[in-house]
Structure formats: structure tokens, C-alpha cells
Design a protein around this ligand. Sequence first.
Ligand code: DC
Length: 214
Amino acid sequence: MIIALDGPAASGKGTLAKRIADHFGFHHLDTGLLYRAIARDVRAIDGSLDNVDDTSKAARNLDQSTLDDPTLRHPGLGNAASVVAQVPSVRAILLEFQLKFASQAPGAVLDGRDIGTIVCPEADVKLFIVADTKVRAERRFLELEKRGEAVTREQILETITERDKRDMERADSPMKPAADALLLDTTKLGIDETFDAAIELIKRKIGQPGAQRY
Ligand code: DC
């Protein structure tokens, strides 16, 4: 059983994916962390974020045990990850790991940009999470402010807009909803309402939880 969650930066898909995975007892992979970790590792060797050799080497040598490194969530790394994510060989290397993760029993929830289109086109449920850009920026700002990060609303809005544009316009695996994705607009929804709406969509798509498919 595979649930794919895609959507733009700060759409809340990571939090939602984790909750859905916990709810069903499934594994969860935040695939953005893979690109963030590669950006971190390329920076550590003073490499270039858009250099095929530097980024591919970092992708091949990625130590999966470092994916829980809290510094990966730093806002600057999100933008760097978006640059690294444009390199086709990096995406190809990461694909293998993601496919293996997705095949785990009893099920997996993966969130990212290309899960429903490229990584798991056969996913049982595909959700594409959207929210107004200003609302996403405000949510991200409040989250970072709470963590004591020195950022402004304007900076966050600018970074998110730039990142979404790059993620949507890249040639390889651009961010877009799969043809059979269910759209969930969270602009006016809180975290609990978003979770309830997502569970409702999943139930409608695959039937009642607890049925033989689990
Ligand atoms: O989900 P995130 O903000 O942590 O992702 C960081 C960047 O990684 C994002 O801007 C683009 C890239 N990414 C990607 O290209 N494909 C994915 N499946 C996940 C993330």
C-alpha cells in the first residue's frame, strides 16, 4: 500500500504525511530530506550545487543514517536542495532508494514533488497538497520565528516563490499533480482539519481502513 503526497514548499505535506503514516501504521519518508542532505554534503566539501560530479558523488555516498540531522530543516538548505534537485543523475540515484522504501510492508507514505508522477506512479492514493502562497509563507514564518530563526515574512515569501518556480519549471521530474491525484487545498484549513480531510479522501479512494487491503 503506497500513499503519495506531493505539493509545493511549506504546504504542510510533511506534517500531514507523518500523521497519515502514524494513523495507518505505515512507514514515512520525507523525500525532501534526501535532496537537503545532498545539498548539505556538497556544501561540506565546498562543491557546487549544480555540478553534476559533485552532486552525483554526494548522492551515491549519502549516509541514510544522517537524515534525522535537525540542521537539514534549515530554510537555506531548502533552496539549496531545490538547486541540487535539478540534476537528473541525482534524481536517478535517489529513485532507487525511494522505490525500495515504498515497497515496505504494510505500507508507506512518501511526500515530495514527484512521488505521484515519477517515483510511485502506481501509488494507491495520490494527494496533491496546495495552499495560497502567502498563507504558506506565513505558516513557515511563524514556525521559524518560534524556533528563534532571524527571518522576515518578505524573505520567506520570496524564497518560497523562487523555489516553487524552480521546482515546477525544471526539465526532469517537475513538480506537478499526477493526472489521477486528488487535490487538497489547505489554505483555510488547520492541521487537524487538513488531516481529517486527507483521511476522508483516502477512505473514499481505497475503501474503509481496516478492510482487507491493510
Ligand atoms: O520538501 P522540501 O521542502 O524539504 O524539499 C526541498 C527541495 O527538494 C525542493 O524544493 C525540491 C526538492 N525535492 C524534489 O525535487 N523532489 C522531491 N520528491 C522532494 C524534494
